[in-house]
Ligand binder design. Structure first.
Ligand SMILES: Nc1ncnc2c1ncn2[C@@H]1O[C@H](COP(=O)(O)OP(=O)(O)OP(=O)(O)O)[C@@H](O)[C@H]1O
Length: 330
């Protein structure tokens, strides 16, 4: 439904911030756009709704290239994409009710009260409708901004850093709300974030932006499995394991250092235990973790295999056939 093709954005004819960006978002999908500060996330978000006119490339919504539309047609198509900005952009002189109703008032639409009340109930703001933004918590402000974004039944909801200003419990509740709305309305949702956890817990596919380029675009599980080392080094420096030291320590004869990746149901099965017994090899676990993604878990283990005179080739072959990925690190 949304296709971004060879998108380029150059600010002031010199700063090339978005370089040949390609990705798509399907109907009902939750896509995440992640990158470190300065990677170009906000620039993409602004380009998607033509607040920034792309220097070249296409932004196709249901086959129509928004960047080529005339002002009037663009206004019509633009209404199908709602943006919830990071600072909420709520009007301080209007109550929660009046903030949510604003887009309907501007369009002089009917049944405003019914629609606002229904949505307020859905997002959990029924008891806050006559409050002003200054008396709302961060989570309530975010709910109000999301409700206002949803009031026109958009086809795409674009959320800019929806949880970066919230505590962990409120983050949980806002992500749950976003996923509930996504399911109930079969709504395509794009979340711009710098938090890996948001990608893990809420997204189906991810666009990983690095220095204005798409470094990865694909399913979230593939992203974490294939880009693991890179993203751990970039985003979680403090828990990165010392690969060099690990390699050195295990560099003896009749030993292999392997990395095993599981995905889905096999993550919780005793595969290694069974195969190691069958081939009578000894396993020394150096590092392990299980991550819970939106749909299925994935796990990584780093193991030293001690094999003496055992059939190590048979062991490796059988293990490879039963796990998502097997790598020999040494
Ligand atoms: N309107 C603008 N004019 C000129 N340069 C800009 C403009 N907006 C952003 N930039 C520059 O473009 C680059 C990408 O910025 P952008 O805000 O898109 O990144 P970001 O990934 O959203 O970062 P952050 O997470 O810090 O918000 C930065 O070098 C920034 O200084």
């Amino acid at each position: 439904m949304l296709e971004v093709k060879d998108l380029n954005l150059i600010y002031n004819q010199k700063l090339h911030v978005l370089k040949n960006i390609n990705f798509e978002v399907k109907k009902g999908e939750v896509a995440g756009i992640i990158g470190l500060s300065g990677a170009g996330k906000t620039s993409i978000l602004r380009s998607l709704v033509l607040l920034e006119k792309p220097t070249s490339g296409e932004i196709k919504l249901n086959g129509k290239d928004l960047s080529k539309l005339k002002e009037r047609d663009l206004m019509i198509e633009r209404k199908k994409i709602s943006v919830v900005f990071q600072n909420y952009n709520l009007l301080s002189t209007r109550t929660v009710y009046e903030n949510i109703a604003l887009p309907l008032e501007i369009n002089k639409e009917k049944n405003i009260k019914d629609r606002v009340l229904k949505l307020a109930e859905e997002v959990g703001l029924k008891d806050r409708l006559d409050h002003y933004p200054s008396s709302l918590s961060g989570g309530e402000k975010q709910r109000t901004a999301i409700a206002r974004g949803m009031i026109n039944n958009p086809e795409i909801l674009l959320l800019d850093e929806p949880t970066s200003a919230l505590d962990p419990n409120t983050t949980d509740r806002i992500l749950k709300l976003v996923l509930d709305l996504n399911k109930k309305h079969d709504l395509s949702t794009i979340i711009v974030t710098h938090e890996m956890d948001v990608i893990k817990r809420a997204c189906d596919r991810v666009v990983y932006l690095k220095n204005g380029e798409v470094n990865f675009f694909g399913p979230v599980y593939k992203f974490f499995i294939e880009k693991e080392k890179e993203i751990y080094e970039e985003f979680y420096k403090e828990i990165n394991i010392d690969w060099k030291a690990t390699r050195k320590k295990s560099g003896k004869e009749n030993q292999k250092l392997i990395k095993v990746t599981f995905y889905g149901d096999s993550t919780h099965e005793p595969i290694l235990d069974e195969i190691s017994k069958k081939y009578d090899v000894k396993l020394n676990y150096i590092y392990g973790k299980i991550e819970h993604l939106k749909l299925k878990p994935y796990g990584t283990l780093i193991i030293v295999v001690e094999y003496e005179d055992r059939d190590i080739e048979g062991f490796m072959k059988e293990l490879e056939s039963k796990v998502y990925k097997l790598e020999e690190l040494l």
